[in-house]
Each structure stands twice: as structure tokens, then as C-alpha cells.
Design a protein around this ligand. Structure first.
Ligand SMILES: O=P(O)(O)OC[C@@H](O)[C@@H](O)c1c[nH]c2ccccc12
Length: 262
């Protein structure tokens, strides 16, 4: 049966053809802004706050929201990075949103899209991204490796997303240190924070940083994924629907579990 992920990838293949027909982008020199560095001496859980107008699972979330105003609030409340959906068809996003956000903030920006080809990485960088997402479920091993190397050669950091054991095994064949566990199954839309709990130990033991993604709504949810070993969280809908996203964000800034020394 065709899943939503299959439909999205089919759409991306068309998009890539269109991008390749456009005039070649001028290379831009961007200041290196590192999210990974922020994780290295983290005392508190790192928060990636997402700008997401709509999604295939939820439909419209907050269609009229302004990208720069919203993400500026995120950063002022203490977000460590901002994620911007650039997919148009399914998430009502745009590369222009990312450009707007780049003008408004200096914090690291994650380009949230379904990347299957290097040309999308060029567009992400051009728009001002510091990080890109690579979704293991959408890529074969060889493509995952080549897109990873392409992105890092352009000075971008990579968040690799997994949802199960097999995808995690794939990602662990790279030396990338940033692993996102998506609590939402992109094929069924089911959300379960136990996904983070199931995959956490392997990620932490392999000395990578775990970012728990999706379905995080309360301080209690944050406590739960941090207890499992997450160093960071990625939150979209909760902030996009909140009247005061800055309050919701502050309530999630919990201290990280301290590893006992000696
Ligand atoms: O809105 P939520 O449930 O807080 O989820 C945010 C983020 O994790 C989610 O948007 C996401 C995670 N992985 C993705 C891949 C593509 C598009 C979107 C996503």
C-alpha cells in the first residue's frame, strides 16, 4: 500500500527535476553556526523549535503565522535552534520562509524537508540553513552516505532521522553525531514517545546526541525523553498552536540528567 511517505517522495522527485531546470544558484558563503557545538557543554535540554503551518497528519495548524515573528519569539525564549518546514505541497512551507527567518535570527536553522538529491541541499544552504535533515526511511544506504558527505562538504550539519532499529543501524554506519528519533511513524502517523525510549540506549552508547522529535507537548513529556537519554527535543505543533509560544518553550527547558562522576 502506498504510504504518505511514498507520496511525499514521489512529489520530491518531481520537485528535484524542476529545481534542476532552474538557473544554477550562486554559491553563498555563510557564517558557520553550529548546533552540535551547543550540545557539547549542555546543562539544559536543547530545544529545536519548529515553524510549521500545516502537516499531512494534522492539516492546518496555524496558517497565517509569520515566520520571522514566530521564530524570533522562540529564540528570545531560549530556543537553541529553529526548524523551518520548506515543503510546500504537504506542509505549506517554502524556502522563502527560511530566508525570512535567516534575516530575523542568528541561531542555527534546520531546513526541514525530504531531501533526496544534492540540489535540495544547495537550495537549503542558499536560503540560509545551517543544518539539514536526512530521513533514513526515505534513503537507501548509499544515498544517505553521499548526501551526508555532500552536506558536510558544504559546511552544513546533519540531523539524521530514524524511527526504528533497522533505520538506526543504517545511520550508525556513518560518523554523524546527531540522531533524531521521530516519535511519529511517517507511514502511519502514529505517535509514541516510547519510540525514543526504545532506541535511546544504542544512540547514547555510540556517543551520539539524541534529539527526540514529535509529539512533545508537556514538561512531563520532556522529562520522559530526557530520562531516556535525549539531549535535545524538536517541537513544532505545541508551539505553533500556543497563544504564548515563549511560555510553552520556557516550561520545557529542563536540566539534563547529570551523569554521576566518580
Ligand atoms: O509538531 P510536532 O509533533 O512537535 O513535531 C515536530 C517535528 O518533529 C515534525 O514536524 C517532524 C519530524 N520529522 C519530520 C520529517 C519531515 C517533516 C516533519 C517532521
Amino acid at each position: 500500500m502506498e504510504t504518505i511517505l511514498d507520496r511525499i517522495i514521489a512529489e520530491k522527485q518531481k520537485e528535484v527535476l524542476i529545481l534542476k531546470d532552474l538557473p544554477v544558484l550562486k554559491e553563498v558563503d555563510r557564517k558557520h553556526v553550529s548546533f552540535i557545538q551547543k550540545l557539547q557543554q549542555a546543562e539544559e535540554v536543547k530545544i529545536i523549535a519548529e515553524f510549521k503551518r500545516a502537516s499531512p497528519s494534522k492539516g492546518a495548524i496555524n496558517l497565517d503565522c509569520d515566520p520571522s515573528e514566530q521564530t524570533l519569539q522562540y529564540v528570545q525564549a531560549g530556543a537553541d535552534a529553529v526548524s523551518v518546514l520548506t515543503d510546500r505541497t504537504f506542509f505549506k512551507g517554502d524556502f522563502r520562509d527560511l530566508e525570512e527567518v535567516r534575516k530575523a535570527i542568528t541561531a542555527p536553522i534546520l531546513c526541514k524537508d525530504f531531501i533526496i538529491d544534492p540540489i535540495q541541499i544547495d537550495y537549503a544552504k542558499h536560503a540560509g540553513a545551517n543544518l539539514i535533515l536526512l530521513i533514513a526511511a526515505a534513503l537507501d544506504l548509499e544515498t544517505l552516505h553521499s548526501l551526508y558527505h555532500y552536506a558536510t562538504s558544504k559546511g552544513l550539519e546533519v540531523l539524521m532521522e530514524v524511527h526504528n532499529e533497522a533505520e538506526l543501524e543504517k545511520v550508525l554506519t556513518t560518523d554523524n553525531v546527531l540522531i533524531g528519533v521521530n516519535n511519529r511513524n511517517l507511514k502511519t502517523f502514529e505517535v509514541d514517545l516510547a519510540t525514543t525510549e526504545r532506541l535511546a540506549s544504542k544512540i547514547v552508547e555510540s556517543n551520539r546526541y539524541l534529539i527526540s522529535e514529535s509529539g512533545i507537548a508537556t514538561t512531563e513529556d520532556v522529562r520522559r525523553v530526557v530520562a531516556a537519554g535525549a539531549s535535545g527535543i524538536l517541537v513544532g505543533e505545541t508551539f505553533m498552536r500556543h497563544e504564548k509560544p515563549e511560555e510553552a518553550l520556557r516550561a520545557m527547558k529542563l536540566p539534563l540528567r547529570r551523569v554521576a562522576s566518580n
